[in-house]
Design a protein around this ligand. Sequence first.
Ligand SMILES: Nc1ncnc2c1ncn2[C@@H]1O[C@H](COP(=O)(O)OP(=O)(O)OP(=O)(O)O)[C@@H](O)[C@H]1O
Length: 517
Amino acid sequence: MDRDPSFLFSGITFNRKKFSADFARFKELKKSDDSEETLVENKRPEVEAVEKPVKKKKRKAAVSDPVEGFNVFKKSKAEPVLEEDEETEKTTQGKKELYRQMERDAIFRKKHNIHTSGSNIPSPLQDFSELKSRYECRPYILRNLAELGIKEPTPIQMQAIPILLSGRECFACAPTGSGKTLAFVCPMLMKLKRASKDGVRAVIICPTRELASQTYRECKKLAKGKKFYIKLMTKQLVNTAEFSKVPCDILISTPLRLKFAITKRKLDLSRVEYLVLDESDKLFELGLLKQVDAVVKACSNPSIIRSLFSATLPDTVEELARTIMHDAVRVIIGRKNSASESIKQKLVFVGSEEGKLIALRQTFQESLNPPVLVFVQNKERAKNLYEELKFSDIRVDVIHSDLPQLQRENAIDNFRAGKTWVLIATDVIARGMDFKGVNCVINYDFPDSSSAYIHRIGRSGRAGRSGEAVTFYTEADVRYLKNIANVMKASGCEVPEWMLSLPKLKWRKHRPKREFK
Ligand SMILES: Nc1ncnc2c1ncn2[C@@H]1O[C@H](COP(=O)(O)OP(=O)(O)OP(=O)(O)O)[C@@H](O)[C@H]1O
């Protein structure tokens, strides 16, 4: 007979007092039963957890089985496992793709002579169209590049642009005339995005006024169609009463003017996001170092991106650079501290100082192929040589630091416009100046260092054009020939063996007293 079990115990009362001990035991037992149950319940997942690796595979296989009705369960339980596996697979795939990309980058860099060091270096840019696909570049930049006739990035642009766009600091060494200006201006404009009136956001320091004003013009050209506040620090601007209130996104200046403005408390650089030291090795020379240091200090924004560019980067400058930069990428195009390979270089023995003027006149008589730049050691010599040549039938002009600013500007403009055929110059325009189509550079006076040589002759053979460089040397210069001969050899020019085997000099600046004869 089936009886309800509750029925058996109906009417029975339990003497809790009498059997309190048993009751307690019973209770305990129940409790322990409960706890055991809890334990068992708790154990299950543990067992499952232990079994998981075994079950994982089964589950995975099961998931692939199209068994209806189990899907929900399988999905809900098995999905995290699947995700994990897919995740692992994805990671493996991702890693493989990363390695493949790194390999492709290495091949591409090798092809374009791009040498890099640093961690996680972004892939080089193969084409300017990648500025849009990879970095959402605004159309105005691509339009301006096209208008300027700039179709393909140069090697320094291929590598430095993605580095700067990915927010990394960079110190770069690339040959003269290889497009370094665009390599830092383009990412700067892209990162700044739009104009603002919240203070100076980017600073470009150039060693000379001429270079600063050229860089200013280049910036304006690339920013055309976009309302950015781009300012060239002139004497007039710095003396403006309300200078600190003038809206400015990008400020281009020589270090001296910047330091002056900072000292006079007219300029707040604490919001600067981008700082470029163009011709950085020059800026780190003794004459400019203090001023540059003051500017670097004034740019106190902790998330600032600094970059250094030059065609020559001595080890000492690199060491100094490392102390101010964080996690910077080093980019070298071709060989470090080498001359552009598109320049045909020649050394001409002129005997003594007297021989120079004769050699120069002879060179002009044989073939004068303007525009020609003639470099001399100092302003006195520039004035003297100009006096010698100004009444000849050659259209000659001169530029040096003693001239008033307007005259300096006119000398540059006339040379650019082809009105001047021969421009006599000191090293004031040896760096960075971009005169299109200078056919020949003549080092009337031997350059005082191999880097001065590289920059001087780099005024020709720019942007893939060919050029010529002639260097006069006297008996007194012979012992300094080796360094120049090495530069020549490294860029593929023929050099007599005896020059290369001259004793090695610990490099000091070669600035002998030269009498004009
Ligand atoms: N991608 C490019 N394609 C063609 N021309 C270019 C390209 N980029 C820059 N240029 C042109 O090349 C010339 C040299 O550029 P830039 O003055 O920037 O050289 P640089 O490397 O800074 O030289 P330097 O070391 O003498 O300062 C300029 O006239 C510039 O307009």
